[in-house]
Structure formats: structure tokens, C-alpha cells
Design a binder for this molecule. Sequence first.
Ligand code: CTP
Ligand code: MG
Length: 213
Amino acid sequence: MEVSVLIPAAGRGERLGLGPKAFLKVGGKTLLEWALGAFAQAAEVLVALPPGVEAPKGLRATFLPGGETRQASVARLLEAANLPLVLVHDVARPFVSQDLLERVLKATQATGAAVPVLPVPDTLVRPEGEGYGEVVSREALRLVQTPQGFFTALLREAHAYARKRGLLATDDAQLVRALGYPVALVPGERTAFKVTYPEDLALAEALARVWNG
Ligand code: CTP
Ligand code: MG
């Protein structure tokens, strides 16, 4: 796969409260090892770790110090990428199927920017103070996942634009869209959920037992 995989893994894992998620074990493997396993066919893998954290030995990846925010971590990885296509993937999402990867890659090659999304299963509401407020149509909304794919030059331009304008985003597609470039949507997968809260770990452990990508 002629693609640079960028893995921002420099977060502190504060909501989980168990240290940086890259080194958290699920099913006997760290989340970083899960992510690297999913991208084993990639020509290049770059990983951002919390500054000062020693890179693990024996893994097929290049390690760089991340930044203060996810966006800053991705920007650093992006500077080091050597191929014309990048896939940006959160280390906190251990279960990436090869089908999902292929879908994102194919749409990226065709359009320049593509991300996986899911429908929203629950009712959504904008609270009014402490009370129930206006319901927001869930049909109109999607949950956004990673891996997100981009032409490397486009994502670099988007990050430079964001820096200039002081934009801070929780994913990369937002920055590409802010630049005025369309981002294609492909179907995501519920198994590609992000390990964020302690309850997510139980789900990840259960899935690890049956996962075969
Ligand atoms: N991330 C990063 N650099 C940062 C902050 C986040 O590379 N300065 C990465 C995380 O490692 C993770 C992804 O961005 O892979 C999504 O972030 P999130 O789920 O919020 O992870 P954390 O920031 O580690 O968790 P928390 O917000 O609970 O501290
Ligand atoms: Mg975070």
C-alpha cells in the first residue's frame, strides 16, 4: 500500500485515567500494536508519542514527539510523511477492518479526501439549561471515525491554513473542509469505535477475543 499512515498517539488518555492509550493493553496487545497490525501493508507508518516518552522497541514504525493537541501531533507527522497519500488514524481505535481501510483508500484515491461515518443511533437533544430542549434531527447527522484519507499535499495545505487562521479541530477532515475542499463520506464500522471511557475497555476486551480484521 503506497501510503503514509500517520498515527497520533500523543494524547494523555485523561478520560480513561490509565495513562497514554498507546500503551494500554487489550487482549494482550497494546493499542499501538493493534493499530500497527491493521496497517501492516502500508509502505510507511509514522507515530506521534507524548514528548519524553521512550519509543517502544521492535515495532515497524517511525516515532516522533507529538504536540499539545491532536492537531499539532498530526501536523508534526505530516511534515515527516514521504508519500503522496496519507491515512490519519487515532491510536485509540484498535479495530480497523481491511474492508474499512480499502473503502477509505479507494475513495481517497478518487477524490483526495475521504472519511468513514456512521448514522447516529440515539435521539439527540440541545439541552435548555438543565432541561430537555430542542431535538436535533439525527437523520441529518453522522458520527465521524478514522482512518481518514487525504492527498498529502492537500492535508498539508489545510493544516497550514488552520495555523494561519488559528483554527483548532478534533479531526483532519474539518480542516480540509475549512479550506473549501470537499470531503467524501464512506460507510464506517461500529467496531472502529474510539476507546475513550473506562466502559469502552470492556467492549474492546470482548471484541479482541473474536476479532480477525
Ligand atoms: N492525540 C495526540 N496528541 C495530543 C492529543 C491527542 O496525538 N496532544 C491523539 C490521541 O493519542 C488519540 C487521538 O488523538 O489517538 C484522539 O484523541 P483522544 O481520544 O481524545 O485521546 P486522548 O487525548 O489521549 O484522551 P483524553 O482526551 O481523554 O485525554
Ligand atoms: Mg483528547
